[in-house]
Write a protein that binds this ligand. Structure first.
Ligand SMILES: Nc1nc2c(ncn2[C@@H]2O[C@H](COP(=O)(O)OP(=O)(O)OP(=O)(O)O)[C@@H](O)[C@H]2O)c(=O)[nH]1
Ligand SMILES: C[S@@+](CC[C@H](N)C(=O)[O-])C[C@H]1O[C@@H](n2cnc3c(N)ncnc32)[C@H](O)[C@@H]1O
Ligand code: SF4
Ligand code: SF4
Length: 326
């Protein structure tokens, strides 16, 4: 379905849980999260019903995110159900990778074709500092496993933060050169308004490209399978690619193709927007498929034209990144 700015919206990002086994400083408070209670979270059966109805308004790709999608019990079953929907072209996940290696084979068997891993440092000590817990080795094992299972293309999401990990940009490029991995450098966004976010910690894509250019030449823009916001490049004879997600300095909202569902069943037209439609309440009130499909089309119709994150998140906006799903 097209929104009011003639953008075709066919991609639904679903936050399947607001819980996580890590505490990335830019995403989740160290003390963890408020327990919203079992009954306030969408049941997997409810998520499946909502996704099935979303196909009626043209959703053809679903990405499961969170929080950490792999901490949600029976997530494999949900993947299998979504993958089996006749209209669905792709089901993918974005994960921190900690639990992935042990689940990889069953996830693949369920129909998971692609996985994006978040990894902000290639140095174990620093990884632990940024994520608050967890072992980098679990993520590298996960990536090795995904490669072995042929889940290509495998993408690595790296949020670049000044004074935190910006001295590793060239190490990440080398990784993309030596392995068939698609590293995407992401600009730090003020989503969630955590104290760790500071404007001067944000490194722009132009600054990142300048650093990459010191050692590598980037070749013509490529399309890597997927329909996310990254602009991708080949690096002289490398096996993988390097991509850039310029959410702040050069937003890609004119090409936006997505809506989002939160773990507590709210439908969001935009990562940044404050407007949400209450799907959970509709389910509780026994809404028909038609009524729910109408809520999906309303969210698409009313999608804002762009974000205004440059103006800050706003103290009145209580949502955090782990609730929205990135
Ligand atoms: N500003 C903005 N950032 C986004 C949006 N979607 C994803 N991102 C950010 O881009 C990064 C990568 O997102 P992923 O979850 O890997 O998804 P994707 O890039 O759509 O995935 P592919 O389909 O594989 O290209 C995350 O840090 C997200 O927060 C969006 O609509 N707007
Ligand atoms: C919220 S996480 C959820 C999925 C999973 N737990 C993971 O980390 O991949 C999704 C993506 O959002 C990114 N992210 C979180 N907070 C961000 C911020 N403030 N700015 C930019 N990206 C952010 C993460 O790096 C991750 O790639
Ligand atoms: S970015 Fe992902 S792994 Fe890190 S705290 Fe947020 S949800 Fe968890
Ligand atoms: S910030 Fe909002 S409008 Fe822009 S690309 Fe993301 S979801 Fe789309």
């Amino acid at each position: 379905m097209f929104d009011s700015y003639a953008r075709e919206i066919d991609y639904l990002r679903v936050s399947v849980t607001d819980r996580c086994n890590l505490r990335c400083k830019y995403c989740m408070p160290e003390e963890g999260i408020e327990d919203i209670g079992h009954t306030n979270v969408l049941a997997l059966e409810e998520i499946f019903r909502l996704v099935r109805i979303a196909t009626r308004v043209g959703i053809r790709k679903v990405r499961l995110t969170g929080g950490e999608p792999l901490v949600r019990k029976n997530i494999t079953r949900l993947i299998a159900q979504i993958a089996a929907l006749p209209q669905m072209k792709e089901v993918a996940i974005t994960t921190n990778g900690i639990l992935f290696a042990d689940m990889a084979a069953e996830l693949k068997a369920a129909g998971l074709k692609r996985v994006n891993f978040s990894l902000d440092s290639l140095r174990p000590e620093r990884f632990r500092y940024i994520t608050g817990r967890g072992s980098m080795e679990d993520v590298t094992c996960a990536i090795t496993k995904a490669l072995a299972l042929g889940m290509a293309p495998i993408k690595i999401n790296t949020v670049v933060m000044k004074g935190i990990n910006d001295d590793e940009i060239l190490d990440f490029v080398r990784l993309a050169k030596e392995m068939p991995l698609h590293v995407r450098f992401i600009e730090f966004m003020p989503v969630g308004d955590l104290p760790f976010y500071k404007t001067d910690r944000m490194v722009t894509v132009s600054e990142i490209k300048e650093i990459v250019g010191q050692q590598y030449s980037l070749h013509k823009s490529l399309t890597v399978q997927g329909n996310g916001p990254a602009k991708c490049y080949q690096i002289n004879g490398g096996l993988g690619t390097v991509g850039f997600i310029s959410a702040m300095s050069d937003h890609f909202c004119t090409e936006c193709n997505r809506i989002r569902m939160t773990a507590d069943g709210k439908l969001r037209g935009c990562l940044f927007g404050k407007q949400e439609l209450n799907l959970k309440l509709a389910l509780q009130n026994g809404a028909s498929d038609e009524k729910i499909a109408h809520l999906f089309s309303k969210a698409i119709r009313e999608k804002p034209n762009r974000h205004y994150m440059g103006e800050g998140w706003g103290a009145d906006n209580k949502r955090k990144m782990y609730q929205i799903g990135g």
